[in-house]
Design a protein around this ligand. Structure first.
Ligand SMILES: Cc1cc2nc3c(=O)[nH]c(=O)nc-3n(C[C@H](O)[C@H](O)[C@H](O)COP(=O)(O)OP(=O)(O)OC[C@H]3O[C@@H](n4cnc5c(N)ncnc54)[C@H](O)[C@@H]3O)c2cc1C
Length: 425
């Protein structure tokens, strides 16, 4: 059986690994020269409810990516405003480690290859067309192309191309495969009704910062300093993707996290203003390169799905990550991607696709996002274990815990431990 995964971000990698573990042949198509997409500029794991979700998934048997991430982690149990027990992985080494793992598993990866169209018949996808005219055929397809870009969206709904890690000018635009197959995309919004949302953090070159800042980042993982009063801009918070970081502290303070580079927790910051601050006199952006002016625009391309991650209206397309909803985060992408990979294989061999139970955070968020986005204002929200509305829900339902034994007990009680290790073919 052949599973074709389109898009090699965290969701696509998780889907590919899971389908391979189930026994399928897997081809992963990625338009750039690197896996992990936005994961190359993120790094924050296990903050707030993400801890619970990561441990649930590990107990469910989808532990592979977490083991690699933990190996590439620079700091553990970092605290910053509104966030507890964050782990920070090193974005400068994570991709190579994940890539080696996928290749060693025997997953075929087509780099610098862009899916551009589909051959679809009676709601059944027969093949994916590539940018060079080649065709890739499979039994089932998983779309994990994310929701960022293409440049037209960043121009229309943002402040232009900010030259982010996805490098659209070099590798070509993201394409919505589900839309090509005839299923209308769902679009997220901001509070003011404008479509899309702006990515919420930038990367500074650590070596452009003062020695004091570098030392503090290296030893503690975090550095916080006040924004000069005249430069506080709370308006920026409303544009932000990451509602878990849309707290006033993130406008009033410069919050830096050490992810190999210095992760600046704001959407953009004019360079002249940044360089006024002590220790930032030589600061330089490295992602996005135009971080003094703007950031990438996201959440403009979601496919309608059920809670098994199958696209509604198509017989053999599954989705994960930002493509599957208003989910923010690596953990969220790994959760949804894993389930998509698992169910894609079940679907082809005629087994009923499964939903994860709502008594686990990983199951509850999938259902909650699906229900919520149908409600008034649901498309203006974002769903993450790390904060905002969904983390509040986790706490109110007693889903949030950092007690690993308790998490194991919950999964075992459902008889679901190691379910993702099961070979289906
Ligand atoms: C600046 C920034 C910082 C962030 N920081 C964090 C953080 O610290 N912690 C956290 O948990 N989350 C963070 N996030 C959010 C998180 O990175 C994303 O929500 C998550 O990684 C999305 O994963 P994905 O696989 O759904 O999509 P993406 O990462 O967008 O991956 C999609 C992939 O599909 C490829 N693709 C697209 N179209 C095609 C096509 N037609 N053919 C082939 N390939 C295609 C793309 O090249 C890309 O590699 C951050 C996001 C940004 C932008």
């Amino acid at each position: 059986m052949k599973v074709v995964v389109i898009g090699g971000g965290w969701a696509g990698c998780a889907a590919a690994i899971q389908a391979k573990k189930c026994g399928a042949d897997v081809v992963l198509i990625e338009r750039t020269d690197m896996l992990l997409g936005l994961g190359n500029v993120g790094g924050i794991m296990r903050n707030n409810g993400r801890f619970t979700a990561a441990e649930e998934l590990i107990e469910l048997g989808a532990d592979d990516l977490f083991r690699i991430i933990d190996k590439c982690t620079r700091h553990r149990n970092v605290e910053f405003p509104g966030h507890k027990h964050a782990y920070l992985y090193d974005v400068t080494i994570i991709e190579a480690n994940v890539r080696r793992f996928l290749l060693d598993m025997g997953i075929k990866i087509l780099f610098e290859t862009r899916a551009v169209d589909v051959d679809v018949d009676n709601n059944h996808i027969n093949a994916i067309y590539l940018h060079n005219g080649d065709k890739v055929e499979g039994d089932v397809y998983i779309e994990t192309t994310g929701s960022t870009g293409p440049m037209g969206n960043c121009i229309r709904y943002g402040k232009g191309c900010s030259m982010c890690i996805l490098r659209c000018p070099a590798y070509g635009p993201r394409i919505s495969i589900s839309q090509r197959a005839g299923i209308e995309d769902i679009l997220g919004m901001r509070d003011d009704g404008v479509f899309g949302a702006m990515s919420g953090s930038c990367k500074l070159d650590k070596s452009s910062l003062s020695e004091d800042i570098r030392n503090e980042l290296d030893s503690k993982g975090v550095y916080i300093i006040d924004v000069p009063k005249e430069d506080i801009n709370t308006e920026k918070l409303k544009m932000k993707v990451c509602q878990q970081y849309a707290l006033k502290e993130f406008a009033e303070k410069i919050i830096l996290l050490d992810t190999g580079h210095a992760k600046l927790m704001t959407s953009y910051y004019p360079l002249e203003k940044l360089r006024k601050i002590k220790g930032f006199e030589n600061a330089r952006f490295i992602d996005p390169y135009a971080g003094g002016k703007a950031n990438s625009i996201r959440y403009l391309s979601m496919a309608p799905r059920d809670d098994t991650m199958k696209v509604i209206g198509l017989d053999n397309l599954f989705v994960g990550g930002e493509k599957s909803g208003l989910f923010v985060g690596h953990t969220e992408a790994i959760v949804t991607g894993t389930l998509a990979g698992y169910n894609a294989v079940r679907h082809v061999i005629g087994l009923k696709c499964i939903e994860l139970p709502s008594s686990l955070a990983v199951g509850d968020i999938i259902k909650f996002e699906n229900e919520s986005k149908k409600k008034k204002d649901g498309l203006r929200k974002r769903y993450t274990f790390a904060g905002a509305e969904y983390f509040e829900r986790m706490k109110s339902l007693n889903l949030y815990t950092v007690d690993v034994d308790e998490i194991k007990r919950r999964v075992r009680k459902l008889l679901l431990n190691d379910m993702f290790k099961e070979k289906l073919i």
